[in-house]
Design a protein around this ligand. Structure first.
Ligand SMILES: Nc1ncnc2c1ncn2[C@@H]1O[C@H](COP(=O)(O)OP(=O)(O)O)[C@@H](O)[C@H]1O
Ligand SMILES: [Mg+2]
Length: 284
């Protein structure tokens, strides 16, 4: 790979992915090119089936590309790596472990296997406490997952992903299962985490408002085959607050992205309804 003066965190070059089935093959991604900068928060948005999860899984090293390549820190991605942590929509916490136990679990496991030493585990315990504070759950460190709300459980899953200090967080619709109010709380929390931890974040969503609120750039993807349609810099100060959703730059970008999704996916009905609701709420 050609090294630029300041190499990007992630370089995706002419990436393609075809899923081969028994009767047909699905071109899930085609000619995807994207650079993600160090410490950037970038969001991928698009209709269902446009390859967002496939792209994220390739970056995580959980799926392989059938053409092109992706690099992280200049190294070809060809499998999972400790510098890349993934957070899914369905947080799979261990029900028999406390909040703290869940956050520290992977370190304990590695120590048992001899990959890391007991002093690493001790350092991880300190880190786990710091993360509990960061996600605002220090008061419930000894509670069990079934005693927590969905939003709290997802915070634990995020803290667990952060334990090994990954330099990149890959998030696939992590708040998709939460109610609107919890999502807003989670949005501000993940922005806070991004500020404090200085991780690079690639965040997948099908929610345009979420994509704009969180992202420094929004990558709009379109389906059949999955590819990048456009990349929009978000014209808002980086320190976000919920009131920004009612400003003209936010509403204009949201309308533009929704119109393009509608144009390219043919999924008019739901999106038109969303548009109307958006227009109604801004008229109030
Ligand atoms: N494991 C798989 N096997 C076959 N086809 C798949 C697989 N995963 C995804 N696809 C197909 O690839 C396309 C992109 O899927 P996906 O990456 O899940 O999109 P998104 O996350 O944007 O909804 C879709 O047509 C989907 O049906
Ligand atoms: Mg998906």
């Amino acid at each position: 790979m050609k090294n630029d003066i300041i190499p990007s965190k992630v370089e995706i070059r002419q990436l393609g992915k075809v899923y081969d089935g028994s009767t047909s093959s699905t071109p899930a991604l085609q000619d995807v090119n994207l650079s993600v900068e160090h410490n950037e928060f970038i969001t991928l948005v698009g209709a269902s089936g446009c390859g967002k999860s496939t792209l994220l899984r390739i970056l995580a090293g959980l799926e392989y590309a059938t053409s092109g390549e992706a690099y992280c820190d200049g190294k070809l991605i060809n499998g999972p790596g400790a510098e890349r942590a993934m957070v899914f929509q369905h947080y799979s916490l261990y029900p028999w472990l406390s909040v703290l136990g869940n956050i520290k679990f992977s370190r304990g496991l590695k120590a048992n296997r001899g990959d890391i030493t007991s002093s690493d585990v001790e350092a991880a315990a300190g880190r786990a406490d710091a993360l509990l504070n960061l996600i605002g759950l220090d008061k419930v460190a000894n509670s069990y997952p079934n005693q927590l709300s969905g939003g709290m459980q997802q915070r634990v899953a995020i803290a667990r992903a952060l334990l090994g200090r990954p330099s990149m967080l890959l998030m696939d619709e992590p708040f998709g299962a939460l109610d609107a109010q919890s999502r807003e709380v989670m949005h501000d929390m993940i922005l806070h985490i991004h500020r404090i931890e200085k991780t690079t974040v690639v965040f997948v969503t099908h929610d345009v408002e979420e994509a704009i609120y969180l992202g420094q750039r929004v990558v709009l993807m379109e389906p059949r085959p999955g590819r990048i349609h456009s990349i929009y810099p978000v014209p808002l100060p980086r320190a976000r607050d919920q009131d920004m959703k009612h400003t003209a730059p936010f509403r204009e970008l949201k309308a533009e992205i929704l119109a393009r999704i509608r144009e390219s996916s043919g999924m008019a009905t739901d999106l038109e309804l969303l548009d109307k609701l958006c227009a109604q709420s801004s008229a109030l």
